[in-house]
Design a protein around this ligand. Sequence first.
Ligand code: ADP
Length: 231
Amino acid sequence: MSDAIVMQNVWKAYPNGVMALNGIDLSVKQGEFVYIVGPSGAGKSTFIKMIFRELKPTRGKIFINNKNIASLRERQVPYLRRKIGIVFQDFRLLPKLTVYENVAFALEVIEEHPRQIKKRVMDVLDLVGLKHKLRSFPNQLSGGEQQRVSIARSIVNRPPVLIADEPTGNLDPETSWQIMDVFKRINDQGTTIIMATHNRDIVNKVRHRVLGLEGGMIVRDQQEGDYGYED
Ligand code: ADP
Protein backbone atom coordinates (compact mmCIF):
# COMPACT_ATOMS: atom_id res chain seq x y z
CA MET A 1 0.00 0.00 0.00
CA SER A 2 1.23 3.50 -0.75
CA ASP A 3 1.77 6.13 1.92
CA ALA A 4 -1.01 8.69 2.37
CA ILE A 5 0.87 10.78 4.93
CA VAL A 6 4.55 10.83 5.85
CA MET A 7 6.15 13.12 8.41
CA GLN A 8 9.92 13.37 8.69
CA ASN A 9 11.42 15.06 11.73
CA VAL A 10 8.61 17.62 12.03
CA TRP A 11 8.99 20.42 14.56
CA LYS A 12 6.65 23.29 15.29
CA ALA A 13 7.48 26.35 17.37
CA TYR A 14 4.74 28.96 17.80
CA PRO A 15 5.82 32.61 17.50
CA ASN A 16 5.79 32.93 21.31
CA GLY A 17 8.42 30.20 21.53
CA VAL A 18 6.18 27.30 22.62
CA MET A 19 7.41 24.08 21.01
CA ALA A 20 4.18 22.28 20.14
CA LEU A 21 5.72 19.42 18.12
CA ASN A 22 9.17 18.00 18.85
CA GLY A 23 10.45 15.82 16.03
CA ILE A 24 7.54 13.79 14.70
CA ASP A 25 8.31 10.81 12.42
CA LEU A 26 5.35 8.94 11.06
CA SER A 27 3.90 7.17 8.09
CA VAL A 28 0.26 6.38 7.47
CA LYS A 29 -0.74 4.05 4.63
CA GLN A 30 -3.59 4.78 2.27
CA GLY A 31 -6.77 3.32 3.78
CA GLU A 32 -5.60 3.29 7.41
CA PHE A 33 -7.75 4.56 10.29
CA VAL A 34 -5.65 6.29 12.95
CA TYR A 35 -6.72 7.79 16.28
CA ILE A 36 -4.65 10.60 17.77
CA VAL A 37 -4.96 10.63 21.55
CA GLY A 38 -3.24 12.49 24.33
CA PRO A 39 -3.82 14.97 27.13
CA SER A 40 -4.82 18.55 26.50
CA GLY A 41 -1.85 20.56 25.24
CA ALA A 42 -0.12 17.44 23.84
CA GLY A 43 -0.04 18.90 20.32
CA LYS A 44 -2.99 17.10 18.69
CA SER A 45 -4.55 20.19 17.10
CA THR A 46 -1.16 21.44 15.94
CA PHE A 47 -0.46 18.04 14.38
CA ILE A 48 -3.80 18.08 12.56
CA LYS A 49 -3.37 21.67 11.36
CA MET A 50 -0.02 20.72 9.83
CA ILE A 51 -1.63 18.08 7.61
CA PHE A 52 -3.87 20.55 5.79
CA ARG A 53 -1.32 23.35 5.88
CA GLU A 54 -3.23 25.55 8.26
CA LEU A 55 0.23 25.72 9.84
CA LYS A 56 3.69 25.24 8.37
CA PRO A 57 6.28 23.21 10.26
CA THR A 58 9.25 25.11 11.63
CA ARG A 59 11.40 22.20 10.48
CA GLY A 60 10.84 18.89 8.69
CA LYS A 61 8.89 17.49 5.78
CA ILE A 62 5.27 16.47 5.44
CA PHE A 63 4.28 14.40 2.42
CA ILE A 64 0.65 14.01 1.39
CA ASN A 65 0.42 11.53 -1.48
CA ASN A 66 4.17 11.89 -1.95
CA LYS A 67 4.16 15.68 -2.24
CA ASN A 68 6.00 17.73 0.38
CA ILE A 69 3.39 20.23 1.54
CA ALA A 70 5.79 22.03 3.86
CA SER A 71 7.29 23.70 0.81
CA LEU A 72 4.01 24.23 -1.05
CA ARG A 73 3.43 27.72 -2.44
CA GLU A 74 0.45 29.62 -1.00
CA ARG A 75 -1.43 29.55 -4.29
CA GLN A 76 -1.16 25.75 -4.39
CA VAL A 77 -2.73 25.31 -0.97
CA PRO A 78 -6.33 25.23 -2.33
CA TYR A 79 -5.36 22.20 -4.48
CA LEU A 80 -4.06 20.41 -1.40
CA ARG A 81 -7.29 21.18 0.46
CA ARG A 82 -9.26 19.36 -2.24
CA LYS A 83 -7.29 16.23 -1.45
CA ILE A 84 -8.10 16.42 2.25
CA GLY A 85 -11.54 16.44 3.84
CA ILE A 86 -11.80 18.11 7.23
CA VAL A 87 -14.37 17.69 9.98
CA PHE A 88 -14.38 19.82 13.13
CA GLN A 89 -15.98 19.47 16.53
CA ASP A 90 -18.24 22.47 15.87
CA PHE A 91 -19.52 21.45 12.39
CA ARG A 92 -18.89 24.86 10.70
CA LEU A 93 -21.80 24.72 8.27
CA LEU A 94 -22.96 27.83 6.42
CA PRO A 95 -26.17 28.82 8.27
CA LYS A 96 -27.95 30.46 5.33
CA LEU A 97 -27.50 27.49 3.00
CA THR A 98 -29.58 24.31 2.98
CA VAL A 99 -28.09 20.88 3.61
CA TYR A 100 -27.92 20.30 -0.14
CA GLU A 101 -26.28 23.68 -0.76
CA ASN A 102 -23.76 23.26 2.03
CA VAL A 103 -22.54 20.02 0.45
CA ALA A 104 -22.80 21.20 -3.18
CA PHE A 105 -20.84 24.35 -2.40
CA ALA A 106 -17.56 22.45 -2.13
CA LEU A 107 -18.08 21.06 -5.65
CA GLU A 108 -19.41 24.25 -7.20
CA VAL A 109 -16.26 26.12 -6.31
CA ILE A 110 -14.25 23.67 -8.41
CA GLU A 111 -16.65 24.10 -11.36
CA GLU A 112 -17.98 20.60 -11.66
CA HIS A 113 -20.73 19.95 -14.22
CA PRO A 114 -24.22 20.62 -12.65
CA ARG A 115 -25.50 17.10 -13.34
CA GLN A 116 -22.37 15.62 -11.78
CA ILE A 117 -22.79 17.90 -8.77
CA LYS A 118 -26.34 16.75 -8.14
CA LYS A 119 -25.49 13.07 -8.43
CA ARG A 120 -22.45 13.34 -6.21
CA VAL A 121 -24.25 15.40 -3.53
CA MET A 122 -27.15 12.94 -3.42
CA ASP A 123 -24.72 10.02 -3.19
CA VAL A 124 -22.88 11.46 -0.18
CA LEU A 125 -26.11 12.54 1.54
CA ASP A 126 -27.29 8.97 1.09
CA LEU A 127 -24.04 7.66 2.58
CA VAL A 128 -24.51 9.76 5.73
CA GLY A 129 -28.24 8.94 5.87
CA LEU A 130 -29.57 12.46 5.30
CA LYS A 131 -31.10 12.43 1.81
CA HIS A 132 -34.50 13.24 3.33
CA LYS A 133 -33.16 16.45 4.93
CA LEU A 134 -31.69 18.06 1.84
CA ARG A 135 -33.89 21.16 2.04
CA SER A 136 -33.39 21.75 5.77
CA PHE A 137 -31.20 24.50 7.14
CA PRO A 138 -28.49 23.73 9.72
CA ASN A 139 -30.50 25.26 12.60
CA GLN A 140 -33.32 22.79 11.85
CA LEU A 141 -31.03 19.82 12.46
CA SER A 142 -29.77 18.02 15.57
CA GLY A 143 -26.07 18.17 16.40
CA GLY A 144 -25.52 14.66 15.04
CA GLU A 145 -27.30 15.53 11.80
CA GLN A 146 -25.23 18.68 11.42
CA GLN A 147 -22.07 16.67 11.90
CA ARG A 148 -23.22 14.20 9.25
CA VAL A 149 -23.76 17.09 6.82
CA SER A 150 -20.29 18.35 7.62
CA ILE A 151 -18.88 14.87 6.93
CA ALA A 152 -20.80 14.69 3.63
CA ARG A 153 -19.31 18.05 2.68
CA SER A 154 -15.81 16.90 3.61
CA ILE A 155 -15.90 13.84 1.33
CA VAL A 156 -17.89 15.16 -1.63
CA ASN A 157 -14.67 15.78 -3.59
CA ARG A 158 -13.58 12.18 -2.90
CA PRO A 159 -10.43 13.18 -0.99
CA PRO A 160 -8.02 10.30 -0.25
CA VAL A 161 -7.59 11.57 3.33
CA LEU A 162 -10.19 12.63 5.90
CA ILE A 163 -9.08 14.50 9.03
CA ALA A 164 -11.42 14.79 11.99
CA ASP A 165 -10.57 16.96 15.01
CA GLU A 166 -12.72 15.82 17.96
CA PRO A 167 -15.69 15.02 15.69
CA THR A 168 -17.80 13.64 18.55
CA GLY A 169 -16.77 16.29 21.07
CA ASN A 170 -20.17 18.04 21.02
CA LEU A 171 -22.32 14.93 20.66
CA ASP A 172 -24.02 12.52 23.05
CA PRO A 173 -22.81 8.88 23.10
CA GLU A 174 -25.63 7.49 20.95
CA THR A 175 -25.07 10.11 18.26
CA SER A 176 -21.31 9.61 18.46
CA TRP A 177 -21.75 5.95 17.52
CA GLN A 178 -23.76 7.00 14.46
CA ILE A 179 -20.87 9.22 13.41
CA MET A 180 -18.49 6.27 13.81
CA ASP A 181 -20.76 4.18 11.54
CA VAL A 182 -20.45 6.87 8.89
CA PHE A 183 -16.66 6.94 9.29
CA LYS A 184 -16.56 3.17 8.93
CA ARG A 185 -18.42 3.37 5.62
CA ILE A 186 -16.02 6.05 4.39
CA ASN A 187 -12.95 4.11 5.54
CA ASP A 188 -14.32 0.93 3.90
CA GLN A 189 -14.29 2.82 0.59
CA GLY A 190 -10.52 3.25 0.97
CA THR A 191 -10.33 6.73 2.49
CA THR A 192 -7.57 7.24 5.07
CA ILE A 193 -8.99 8.64 8.32
CA ILE A 194 -7.06 10.53 10.99
CA MET A 195 -9.20 11.29 14.03
CA ALA A 196 -8.06 13.24 17.10
CA THR A 197 -10.29 12.30 20.00
CA HIS A 198 -10.83 12.19 23.76
CA ASN A 199 -13.56 9.59 23.37
CA ARG A 200 -12.29 6.65 25.39
CA ASP A 201 -15.31 4.38 24.70
CA ILE A 202 -14.98 4.75 20.96
CA VAL A 203 -11.22 4.16 20.88
CA ASN A 204 -11.55 1.11 23.12
CA LYS A 205 -14.49 -0.44 21.25
CA VAL A 206 -13.76 0.40 17.61
CA ARG A 207 -10.13 -0.69 17.47
CA HIS A 208 -7.73 1.01 15.09
CA ARG A 209 -4.13 2.19 15.17
CA VAL A 210 -3.57 4.59 18.08
CA LEU A 211 -0.95 7.33 18.13
CA GLY A 212 -0.35 8.76 21.59
CA LEU A 213 0.98 12.31 21.68
CA GLU A 214 2.56 13.87 24.74
CA GLY A 215 4.62 17.02 24.92
CA GLY A 216 4.67 17.24 21.14
CA MET A 217 6.14 13.75 20.70
CA ILE A 218 4.71 10.41 19.64
CA VAL A 219 4.99 8.33 22.79
CA ARG A 220 2.91 5.39 21.56
CA ASP A 221 2.08 3.88 18.19
CA GLN A 222 -0.06 0.80 18.56
CA GLN A 223 -2.07 -1.25 16.08
CA GLU A 224 -5.58 -1.86 17.45
CA GLY A 225 -4.54 0.04 20.55
CA ASP A 226 -6.66 1.22 23.45
CA TYR A 227 -7.24 4.74 24.75
CA GLY A 228 -4.87 4.26 27.63
CA TYR A 229 -5.24 7.43 29.70
CA GLU A 230 -7.05 7.85 32.99
CA ASP A 231 -8.30 11.40 32.36
P1 ADP B 1 -3.93 19.73 21.96
O1 ADP B 1 -4.73 19.86 20.71
O2 ADP B 1 -3.38 18.36 22.17
O3 ADP B 1 -4.67 20.23 23.17
P2 ADP B 1 -2.36 21.94 20.90
O4 ADP B 1 -1.78 21.51 19.61
O5 ADP B 1 -3.56 22.82 20.87
O6 ADP B 1 -2.62 20.66 21.83
O7 ADP B 1 -1.23 22.71 21.74
C1 ADP B 1 0.11 22.23 21.89
C2 ADP B 1 0.91 23.26 22.65
O8 ADP B 1 1.04 24.43 21.86
C3 ADP B 1 0.29 23.72 23.97
O9 ADP B 1 1.35 24.00 24.87
C4 ADP B 1 -0.43 25.00 23.58
O10 ADP B 1 -0.54 25.86 24.68
C5 ADP B 1 0.48 25.57 22.52
N1 ADP B 1 -0.22 26.37 21.51
C6 ADP B 1 -1.29 25.99 20.74
N2 ADP B 1 -1.65 26.96 19.89
C7 ADP B 1 -0.79 28.00 20.12
C8 ADP B 1 -0.62 29.30 19.54
N3 ADP B 1 -1.42 29.74 18.56
N4 ADP B 1 0.36 30.08 20.04
C9 ADP B 1 1.18 29.63 21.01
N5 ADP B 1 1.09 28.44 21.58
C10 ADP B 1 0.12 27.61 21.15
